[in-house]
Design a protein around this ligand. Sequence first.
Ligand code: GLC
Ligand code: GLC
Length: 796
Amino acid sequence: MNKQYGHFDDRAREYVITDPATPWPWINYLGTEDFFSLISNTAGGYCFCRDAKFRRILRYRYNGVPMDDGGRYFYIREADGTVWNPGWKPCKTPLDSYECCHGMGYTRIRGRKDALDAEVLFFVPPGRRCEVHKVTLTNRGAAVREFHLFSFVEWCLWNAATDMENFQRNLSTGEVEIEGSTLYHKTEYRERRDHYAFYGVNAQADGFDTDRETFIGMYNGFDAPQNVLAGRPGNSLAHGWSPIASHCFHLRLEPGESRTLIFVLGYVENPPEHKFAPDGSIDKTRAHELLEAFDSTEKADAAFAELGRYWEGLLSRFQVESGCPELDRMVNIWNQYQCMVTFNMSRSASFFESGIGRGMGFRDSNQDLAGFVHQIPDRARQRILDIAATQFPDGGCYHQYQPLTRRGNDGIGGGFNDDPLWLIFGTVAYIRETGDFGILDEPVPFDNAPGTEVPLLEHLRISFRHVTDNLGPHGLPLIGRADWNDCLNLNCFSDNPDESFQTTENKTGGSQAESLMIAGLFVYTGRAFAELLGRIGQDAAPVLQAVEDTERAVRENGWDGEWFLRAYDYFGRKIGSHENAEGQIFIESQGWCTMARIGAEEGLCDRALDSARRLLDSEHGLVLNQPAYSRYYIEYGEISSYPEGYKENAGIFCHNNPWIIIGEALAGRADDAWEHYCKISPAFIRDQRLHKVEPYVYCQMVAGKDAARPGEGKNSWLTGTAAWNWHTVTEFLLGIHPEYDGLRIKPCLPAQRFPEYRVHRHFRDADYDLTIRNTGRGGSHFIPYSPGYHQLTIEL
Ligand code: GLC
Ligand code: GLC
């Protein structure tokens, strides 16, 4: 029997962790608009407003030992000196019971020790820039209980990068203010910052600390703060060093008595003219408002109920009853939830992304759209316009942009030749969902330069043209720095460990490096683009011609005999061919070329899918390539820098497994499609210890068959995997395709296992309750869009 650390509670839409010592911190995200938090099952993590690098509120040490130390801690100090935390960490005092429920935008942690119950509910109220910590203490014993409660958070000096390195300055800049029970963090407020943070509570505290060294002690850790051990706050005022916020309460509970405290961890931006109060202290008006908004249990509960309605509103737009609990919980709850988290975070802040490195990816953001457009179409619209504004006039685009400024990231630049096509992909997904063709007329600049605006449609045209303007000797798209696979760097040729694989191009002149992945993507999105042009009465013939030329080039120069090649290298030599010693077959081109149905009539798609199954499949999913590269190939770049079985070198990229699943579905191979889906869908994970990361969300990569521990997951949460699995399972397995004029129903699920299922689909101004009788015969059924409520039974 595999050890379980928790289980799903589908009714509550929660994952319930019952053992705090999970194999890796299992986290959740709080926040819906611009204030976001990461919170682990032991209350570790941090929060920020808008930008995880420049507006970091709580300090967090990635790479700490033990890992995941620091967060929002509550310490209970008993009269006999015992100290414990409801979330077990950091003291790790054994608890009589522990439970952490990660729900939709909230986390509830409960600990019990010697008949004292401590429950903390953490959430970010919709429309507010704060975390609420609702702490409830209940004496379930027969005797009066007296104890101290200490809260604790540690402030980050705003810029999460310099906070970790510029100590000669940082250790002198920290400043705080104290007003009643509210502890303010105002480092750098005296000069250019107009923002501050605070930690308050709706009752008069018996003491506080704002200086870390006073509170914890120079030689202690988070697990043994000296003032907690002593049961006595220091009432310290931080000057430089490390400012913190800690409240102390001396509490006394009669048997059966309960006490609730509402803590608010807030962030405020002041208009420059209202920065200071007359006495030179910070203007606290907005903090007072925020504190007042949650100064009673009733107000906190009302905000929590509103959060529940917010999520109900988002998730209820697509619900399935399939008879398979694993499928239902992914579709109805966790996959949709993860898609919203990737919308909010892109790739910035997780326990694998430090929140200081990467901006928003051009390609990532467009793909993510396919996962959340049905939930928040209006915000998807704005996202498309923001992304398109970072395009260059020649159709190329910045690989990343910064969320605060929405400007392209000069550090990384452009040159990833798949990027432009994703704009077509994202826009098509948006219009199919919403019917909003008007977005195509929106004026959008190039490189954010005012005066350069052209309609969005023009951006799509030049995106398409960027590919045809950059074809190689085989008539296939040139790869540039890389295509979807950031690590296939065919023009890099780096022998210098101090160079970045992502940005170095030591050899470009005369490059013959072409990509079959871009070719497949081009044919697939090109057809969709042609359909869109037709719909708005524009000439689609040149687009279809280019698509046809590329298909021919793939059939003539991209077929290896049993599968599609992956690429041609700088010198024009094959990659992903049986002729290669290593890296003979790759998943990306099998996925995209079968999605595009290239050579389907000649049987190429079936053969490519069979080859993928035979050579790439494993117990935990399809690996990216085989055989893995066992040494560094200077002409291939980063892909061969990873040890075998990890990341892009034969890891299981959960992101591209769906491409094969779609290929299988389009080929009508329901059993194969379903089997591939089950292998990567987290709800089917049996061995939680091996999988290591959260069993309720997808991770980017699971170690492949060549790795030391095949099946071990990494890089959970922020990955295009969420959107791709959503897109795949809802459109290609359950078969609910939004089209311009309605829904096309075309299921591809094994008929024996799924003879009948029900789907509720909100679509524009309509709600459809569909019962689908799945005979396995194939075929499709079109439901023209009309507003209102519709109930239909469809047999296919
Ligand atoms: C990461 C990146 C994504 C890239 C993939 C493959 O997931 O976010 O942009 O396509 O790796 O390299
Ligand atoms: C590394 C990773 C890849 C990621 C890229 C982003 O190359 O292997 O997955 O997309 O970094 O910069």
